[in-house]
Write a protein that binds this ligand. Structure first.
Ligand SMILES: Cc1cc2nc3c(=O)[nH]c(=O)nc-3n(C[C@H](O)[C@H](O)[C@H](O)COP(=O)(O)O)c2cc1C
Length: 174
């Protein structure tokens, strides 16, 4: 296969109305919820995220999108590695804690955490844990996309925690 480069001019600033329409549409999209963790010891941190997806299977790679104004952005960049901990529907309290780290003194006190091979915190009983080493960072609008090679995975039983239209939700069987 030959390499193809696609060049698209950056869009001019979107109108506030269009941004609001985009946000409304995104509220209709159900997403899995994870805690993206980074750092070691006193320097460790985490952030509740839904903007996560598989980037490649062979070899395995993941992408996470982090707001540039979040301390997690610089924390992940400094660490050079991160872990994605996908939550069960019994771990919504952990999702709330890591989405308000400025208000929650010790979010790592919730749940049982160990240290992964790359140093990032790993949550026990998460449905899936992915440990990643950063390959690339891409700035896109207000976010930074971190693309990481997956170096270790772990799974556990449990039902996935979802987020849609401002609420945490459980997955129902059809
Ligand atoms: C369900 C949910 C999903 C979120 N997904 C992301 C995300 O993918 N990327 C991101 O940068 N922030 C995401 N956030 C926002 C952060 O978790 C956090 O709320 C925000 O950075 C403010 O955190 P602070 O109180 O620690 O400053 C999400 C928040 C929630 C509640």
């Amino acid at each position: 296969m030959t390499d193809t480069t696609i060049s698209i001019a950056a869009p001019s600033p979107a109108s506030q109305r269009f941004v609001d329409e985009y946000k409304t549409a995104m509220r209709h999209v159900a997403s899995q919820v994870a805690i993206v963790t980074y750092g070691r010891g006193e320097d460790r941190g985490g952030i509740t995220c839904t903007a996560i997806c598989s980037a490649s299977t062979e070899p395995p790679a993941l992408v996470v999108c982090i707001n540039r104004s979040s301390p997690a952005r610089d924390g992940i960049a400094r660490a050079g590695a991160f872990a994605v901990n996908h939550l069960t529907d019994e771990q919504s309290e952990i999702a709330r804690a890591f989405s308000q780290s400025s208000q929650v003194a010790a979010p790592f006190d919730l749940g049982q955490w160990s240290t992964g091979s790359e140093g990032a915190p790993i949550l026990a009983q998460a449905t899936a844990n992915f440990e990643c080493r950063i390959d690339q960072c891409i700035e896109i609008g207000g976010h930074t996309m971190f693309i990481g090679w997956v170096v270790a995975v772990q799974t556990a039983p449990g039902s996935t925690l979802l987020y849609r239209d401002g609420f945490f939700r459980r997955l129902a069987q059809e």
